[in-house]
Design a protein. Structure first.
Length: 446
C-alpha cells in the first residue's frame, strides 16, 4: 500500500502502544524458541540424542517448518483480522512449547518443535503487514526499524531470559509442588516459559480493531500469476546471486546459533544457566553494533549504491567474517569463542539489515510479495541445512575429538562465508540490469 502525500505522518498514541505489544510478542516468541537451545545438553542426556538428531531439531524442526508455515498464515492474515490470526499463533506456539516439556522421546520433542515453528512462522508477515496500518510516511520507516532492532535484540534477550529461567528453576526446585519436584529442570522451564502466551494473546486482541484490519477486506487483491515465471526466467542470474549470497550468509551463521550453546557446555563446561546469559548478552550487543554499522553504511554510501548497497558492502563484510568463523574452532576459552561470535554476529546483522530494501528494489510492485516469499523459503532451507550438516560432521568425523563440535561449526561456517562474498561480487552487473527494469534505485554513474 502506498502512502498518500496528504496523509499525516504523526501516528496516534494507540499506534505506538500497538507497536510496543508487537515488540513484546516478538520477545515472547524468541524466548519460546531459544529455550531448547539453552537446554540442549540436559535434553540430550535425557533422550540419549545424537548430534544428528539435535541438528534436526535445530535445523529442520524450526526453520524448514517455518518456511512451509509462513505462506498459509500470511494468506489468512491478508483476508481476516490480523489480530485474531496472530493471537491464535501465540496460543499455538505456547502450547507447542509446553508439549515439548511433556515429550517422552525424540519423536514427540521433534513434533513439538515443528508445531512451534509452524505457529511462529506467521509472526513476521503479520507484524510487517500491520505496521502500515499503524504508521505513515517517515514514522512508518522508523517503526520498521524499531521492530527490526527489537527482533534482533529480542533473539538475544530470549536467550538471556531462558538462561535466567533455567537458573531460577534449579535454585527454587525445593519449593515446587510435589508433582514438579520429580521432573527434570528443563521440563519445568518449558512449562514456565509457555505460561505467558495467553496473556500476550489477550494483549494483541486489545489492539484497536482498525489497526489489525486486512486491507483486502476478505476479498484479496487481484494477482498477475502469469507475470511471475517470465520475471524469474529473465532475471535468474540476479535472483541466483542475491538469494544465493544471502542464503550462504544465513547458512554460515545458523550453525553458530544452533550449536554454540551446547558446544560451550560440552567443551568448556559452562552450565546451561550461564550459557544463556553470556551468549544472549554477547549477541544482543552484537546486534546493536551491527545495526549501527548498517545505519552508517546507508548514510555514507546509500545514495551512491542505492538498493544494491547490501551487495556492495556485504561482500566486504562476508570476507572479514571469515576470520572469526575460523577462530571458533581453535579459541582457547569460552570467552574467546564468544568474542569471535560477537564479531561474526555484528557483521551478519549489518548485512541482513540491508536485505529488505534490496528485495523491494529488484521486484516490480505487483510481484514483490511473492519474490520476497521465495527468498524467505530459500533462506529458511539454507538455515535448516546448516545445523544439520554440523551435527553430521560432529557425529561421523570428530565425535572423539575434544573440540569436535567447534571444529564442525567452523568447517561449515567459514566456507559458506567465502561463498557468500564470491556470489555478492559476481551478481553486481546483472543486479544493475534488474534494478533498472524493476524501478529500483541503482548505482550512481561517475
Amino acid at each position: 500500500m502506498t502512502d498518500s502525500p496528504a496523509e499525516p505522518d504523526k501516528a496516534s498514541a494507540s499506534a505506538w502502544v500497538a507497536l510496543a505489544v508487537l515488540v513484546a510478542v516478538s520477545i515472547c516468541a524468541s524466548l519460546d524458541r531459544q529455550v531448547l537451545t539453552i537446554a540442549l545438553e540436559p535434553v540430550r542426556k535425557t533422550f540419549s540424542l545424537t548430534d544428528l538428531q539435535i541438528g534436526m531439531l535445530q535445523g529442520l524442526g524450526l526453520t524448514l517448518a517455518a518456511a512451509v508455515g509462513g505462506i498459509p498464515l500470511a494468506w489468512l492474515a491478508d483476508r481476516f483480522d490480523r489480530r485474531v490470526v496472530l493471537a491464535l499463533c501465540i496460543i499455538a506456539w505456547s502450547a507447542a512449547t509446553a508439549w515439548r516439556g511433556f515429550a517422552a522421546d525424540f519423536s514427540q520433542l521433534f513434533l513439538g518443535t515443528v508445531g512451534l515453528a509452524l505457529a511462529e512462522a506467521g509472526l513476521g508477515p503479520i507484524v510487517y503487514a500491520m505496521i502500515p496500518s499503524l504508521f505513515r510516511g517517515r514514522q512508518r520507516a522508523r517503526a520498521n526499524l524499531v521492530y527490526y532492532t527489537a527482533s534482533m535484540v529480542g533473539f538475544s534477550l530470549g536467550m538471556v531470559l531462558g538462561g535466567m529461567a533455567f537458573g531460577w528453576v534449579e535454585s527454587q526446585a525445593h519449593r515446587f509442588p510435589e508433582f514438579l519436584k520429580g521432573l527434570e529442570a528443563w521440563r519445568v522451564v518449558f512449562y514456565a516459559v509457555a505460561l505467558p502466551g495467553p496473556v500476550f494473546a489477550l494483549l494483541v486482541m486489545a489492539i484497536r480493531a482498525d489497526h489489525g484490519r486486512s486491507a483486502s477486506g476478505g476479498r484479496g487483491p487481484a494477482t498477475d500469476a502469469a507475470a511471475l515465471v517470465p520475471y524469474l526466467k529473465r532475471h535468474w542470474r540476479t535472483l541466483a546471486g542475491v538469494f544465493g549470497s544471502a542464503s550462504a550468509c544465513v547458512a554460515a551463521f545458523s550453525p553458530v546459533m544452533a550449536w554454540l550453546a551446547p558446544a560451550l557446555t560440552r567443551v568448556f563446561g559452562v552450565p546451561p544457566s550461564e550459557v544463556g546469559v553470556q551468549l544472549g548478552g554477547v549477541l544482543g550487543v552484537a546486534s546493536l553494533v551491527g545495526i549501527g554499522v548498517a545505519t552508517l553504511t546507508v548514510q555514507r554510501w546509500g545514495q551512491r549504491f542505492g538498493d544494491a548497497l547490501a551487495m556492495h558492502t556485504g561482500q566486504y563484510l562476508a570476507a572479514v567474517a571469515l576470520l572469526p568463523a575460523v577462530l571458533i574452532a581453535w579459541a582457547p576459552s569460552a570467552w574467546a569463542v564468544l568474542g569471535a561470535v560477537f564479531v561474526l554476529g555484528a557483521l551478519a546483522v549489518a548485512f541482513s539489515a540491508g536485505l529488505p530494501g534490496l528485495w523491494q528494489g529488484i521486484a516490480p510492485a505487483p510481484l514483490r510479495a511473492r519474490v520476497i516469499a521465495i527468498s524467505g523459503a530459500v533462506m529458511a532451507l539454507s538455515t535448516a541445512l546448516g545445523p544439520l550438516a554440523v551435527g553430521w560432521l560432529s557425529d561421523f568425523f570428530w565425535s572423539t575429538h575434544p573440540r569436535g563440535l567447534l571444529v564442525a561449526i567452523a568447517s561449515i561456517s567459514a566456507p559458506l562465508m567465502l561463498l557468500s562474498a564470491v556470489l555478492m561480487r559476481w551478481v553486481r552487473n546483472p543486479l544493475q540490469v534488474t534494478l533498472e527494469e524493476a524501478g529500483g534505485s541503482v548505482v550512481e554513474s561517475h
